[in-house]
Design a protein around this ligand. Structure first.
Ligand SMILES: [Zn+2]
Length: 358
């Protein structure tokens, strides 16, 4: 790893928003223009320890390189402290001891991180390398600044007091991200893992003619209750006498031994079924870990919603069941058309999460 310095900074004397990186994970230092920080007598105002108590997660629509140039040149005076590009490369623009103007009133006590490749309308925006690099940086910040690694202190821009910004939105996987923050960054057996099963992981083909393809409704500021996780999903009218295996089936393989939390996501729509049957089967040896089934009210908003400062209702994953599984175990999940209740049964997405140390 080497450090690149824009404009030969690092020669101490100049008044700048940063001279040397605060974290060893920083790949590039590019100072933000002075207009992007709080100043006193023309120089950046220094905040004292322990005034830094929070980290704010932002997502950036558009290219990191271009936006970094604008923050550097002063065409934009609202820089974060750090920018992570979609390959996981970290640029620092403002020293942690200065107040970057990234989030409004929370500027006083927070460090801001922008993530490239952000968008509101699909979870595909957030790459694995982005989650890993961001979590490593925030672990490092929290250890140095003595910030607790919990949701009270690691917040989204959409959760900052008084904000109208919706980033990073509901497709940012907070459960996975917080698990990565809790990890020590070293012990492989405790490393959090995530498996998402959706339209792309279907086991049963062809489906019976009773199933129709649904398309995700346009997303404005992060997914609300009516947005699916995947771009496409399936739905079918329920029937009390349908065969139980008239179902959409997903299949996956467990990548590490440990506790796995299965969660579900479906668009909550008017006329959805109030007792949709979900069956889960695994190939684990322990009979207690081999199956689970439950019925769910797919029309209930409350199961999968949370409210933030900026967003009235944001879609979230709903925990279904926790299994103890081994590497290589198969998991099969089915959403059946058989139901005593009327309305559409929806098969969208499931997430298996191994949280490691949590
Ligand atoms: Zn933001």
């Amino acid at each position: 790893m080497y450090l690149r310095y824009a404009h030969g900074l690092g020669r101490a004397a100049a008044v700048t928003t940063i001279t040397s990186p605060d974290s060893r994970l920083v790949k590039q230092v590019t100072p933000a223009a002075l207009c992007g920080v709080w100043r006193s007598g023309g120089a950046p105002k220094v905040r004292g320890w322990p005034s830094i108590t929070h980290v704010v997660i932002h997502t950036l629509i558009g290219s990191a390189a271009t936006t970094i140039r604008h923050w550097h040149g002063g065409q934009n005076c609202l820089p974060p402290h750090y920018v992570i590009d979609k390959n996981g490369e970290i640029t620092q623009m403002v020293a942690e001891r200065y107040y970057a103007q990234h989030v409004g009133t929370a500027n006083t006590y927070s460090i801001g991180i922008e993530h490239e490749g952000g968008c509101y309308n699909t979870p595909a925006c957030f790459s694995e390398s982005l989650y890993q690099a961001s979590a490593a940086l925030v672990r490092d910040i929290c250890e140095r600044q003595k910030i607790p690694k919990d949701r009270a202190h690691i917040i989204g821009h959409d959760e900052a007091p008084g904000t109208g910004h919706g980033d990073p939105g509901g497709y940012w996987d907070w459960d996975y991200y917080m698990a990565l923050l809790q990890w020590d960054g070293r012990t492989a057996s405790l490393k959090p893992q995530r498996i998402v099963l959706d339209y792309n992981s279907l086991f049963t083909f062809p489906l019976t003619a009773n199933w129709n393809e649904g398309v995700r409704l346009p997303v404005k500021w992060g997914p609300g209750h009516e947005q699916s996780y995947a771009a496409k999903y399936y739905y079918a009218e329920a029937d009390p006498v349908a065969k139980e295996d008239d179902a959409v089936e997903y299949s996956g393989a467990i990548t590490d031994s440990g506790q796995w939390i299965l969660s579900a996501w479906w668009p909550v729509l008017r006329g959805s079924n109030t007792a949709a049957l979900i069956n889960v089967a695994t190939t684990n040896r322990d009979p207690a870990q081999r199956s689970f089934s439950g019925t769910y009210d797919q029309s209930a908003r409350g199961l999968m919603a949370r409210q933030t400062a900026a967003l009235y209702s944001t879609h979230t994953w709903m925990p279904v069941h926790t299994f103890t599984l081994n590497t290589g175990d198969g998991v099969r999940i089915s959403v059946s058309r058989r139901s005593s209740a009327r309305g559409r049964v929806i098969a969208d997405a499931f997430r298996l999460l191994k949280t490691g140390s949590l």
